[in-house]
Design a protein around this ligand. Structure first.
Ligand code: DSN
Length: 485
């Protein structure tokens, strides 16, 4: 690995000493941690949902807050001795509100799925349970008769939502059957226009009017464009629905001040969910925010633990606070802009070299490529690239002929390489490495024709691509302040 990493910085000393302490108990764990950083240092990471948190964020997670139970929320705990957890949770919420200009933030969710579950619960509570309790003249579900409770339970099950289809870039947690959200809600999806591959708001509107959902869910994990949340809100308002935006992928771009006005989820949605570890570059975790006029949901979101969440992870909430403090700095706005510039450069570089990008480009942090013009499935492209030093993940494209397992696409994102300090010229070299790999790879032969999973590639080309990836990484090392012994 690069000679640019250092062994005598405070971070290097701290991590080396920690690994020594861990290794004295179970050396295999310390070895796996070392292997992980070595692997991360050996590949160009283009997974759109990953990033590299700062050493300060990482270090904050390893502390004695991990030992504390603190079910409940700030000042209202089911456990004693939570004063320091209160300090941390209040601080993380306050900083989250500042960076997103939001009236309320709930920082306990452990992941994006958890954040969405808390949000779904809050919307069901506010829109279904609370009016039902009012109608029955009671304050609490325990005050309902068995018959009324059964009526309410069935009413929960009758609720509907709409979300973006998976092949258009939506997420499993937006009401799809394999996820709990699809078992809670009856769901219909909206997709993209077949020609432009961009969101078709007229079709969203007609679906919403026909299906009359309780929740209009916007947000994505593989849609390479901005969403006009003001238009989504208009649609939700027309049918008296609640607009929820899952901004997990692009939260860093919102915090960086790049998604404003009609593209700002906080200004337009009632409830917003996110993860904290993607473009936002914090620890692994989730969060729920209220939009500027969504505060009616706050008391229900506050009940996320123990409603659907286990005890809060105060050590991770502390790391969220550190990450949010980083996101407040002017350098984070600059970082976000560079993510966007790099994503545009990546899309342009790939298209110039003959790789089709869905919707003909990007205006966020990700690029979705159709690899069928190179004669490959997404699965083959993913493997060929990974074996050549470039980590990407396969992904469906709109109306994907190869289904969700083999797929026809790869999804690429620029948050991680931007964190390493790469700019548009390095990204153009990345585009060249990617298309060189795709050019050289071909389907292997299976019994009944070409394989959809295995690929063949000249080993010389593969080695050359690995060397080019390593050279870029040598000039932009991961955690240069952390040289491990
Ligand atoms: N795994 C994350 C992603 O890749 O988008 C969220 O599911």
């Amino acid at each position: 690995m690069s000679g640019l990493t250092h062994r005598n910085t405070p971070e290097a000393r701290a991590f080396n000493e920690a690994l020594g302490v861990i290794g004295a108990v179970e050396p295999r764990v310390a070895d796996a941690i070392r292997s992980e950083i070595n692997d991360q240092r050996s590949y160009l990471k283009l997974i759109a949902s990953e990033n590299y948190a700062s050493p300060a964020v990482l270090m904050t997670m390893g502390n004695w807050f991990s030992d504390k139970y603190a079910e409940g929320n700030v000042g209202m705990r089911f456990y004693a001795g939570c004063q320091n957890v209160d300090t941390i949770e209040a601080l993380a919420s306050e900083l989250a509100c500042e960076i997103f200009d939001a009236p309320y933030a709930y920082v306990q969710p452990h992941s994006g799925i958890d954040a969405n579950l808390v949000a779904f619960w809050a919307m069901l509570a506010a829109k279904v349970e609370a009016p039902f309790l009012d109608d029955q003249g009671v304050k609490h579900v325990n005050d309902l008769s068995e018959v009324d409770w059964e009526t309410l339970r069935h009413r929960f099950g009758d609720q509907r939502m709409i979300g973006m289809s998976l092949d258009a870039g939506g997420h499993l947690t937006h009401g799809f059957r394999p996820n709990i959200s699809g078992k809670l809600f009856e769901q219909r999806s909206y997709g993209v226009d077949a020609e432009t591959e961009m969101l078709d708001y007229d079709r969203v509107r007609s679906l919403a009017h026909e299906f009359r959902p309780l929740v209009v869910c916007a947000g994505y994990s593989a849609y390479p464009r901005k969403v006009n949340f003001a238009r989504m809100r208009e649609i939700a308002d027309e049918i008296d629905a609640t607009l929820m935006v899952d901004m997990a992928h692009f939260a860093g771009l919102v915090a960086g001040g790049l998604f404003t006005d009609e593209y700002d989820p906080i200004k337009n949605a009632h409830v917003i969910t996110t993860t904290t570890h993607k473009s936002l570059r914090g620890p692994r975790g989730g969060m729920v925010l209220c939009g500027v006029d969504g505060e009616e949901f706050a008391p229900y979101i506050d009940k996320g633990c123990p409603m659907v969440l286990g005890g809060p992870m105060a050590h991770v909430m502390a790391a969220k606070a550190v990450a949010f403090a980083e996101a407040k700095l002017p350098s984070f706005a600059d970082y976000s802009q560079r993510i966007l510039d790099n994503a545009s450069a990546l899309a342009e570089g790939l298209m110039r070299r003959g790789l089709r990008c869905v919707s003909n480009g990007t205006d966020n942090h990700l690029v979705l490529c159709d690899v069928t013009s190179f004669g490959l499935t997404g699965r083959q492209a993913e493997s060929a690239l990974n074996d050549s030093g470039v980590i990407v993940n396969r992904n469906s494209i709109p109306s994907d002929p190869n289904g969700a397992w083999y797929t026809s696409g790869i999804r690429l994102g620029t948050p991680a390489l931007t964190t390493l300090g790469m700019g548009t010229s390095e990204i153009d070299e990345v585009a060249d490495i990617i298309t060189s790999v795709l050019d050289a790879a071909e389907p292997a032969k299976a019994k009944n024709g070409p394989s959809r999973a295995k690929y063949l590639m000249d080993t010389g080309v593969q080695e050359k691509c690995r060397e080019r990836a390593a050279e870029l990484l040598d000039h932009h090392p991961l955690y240069p302040q952390v040289g491990l012994i």
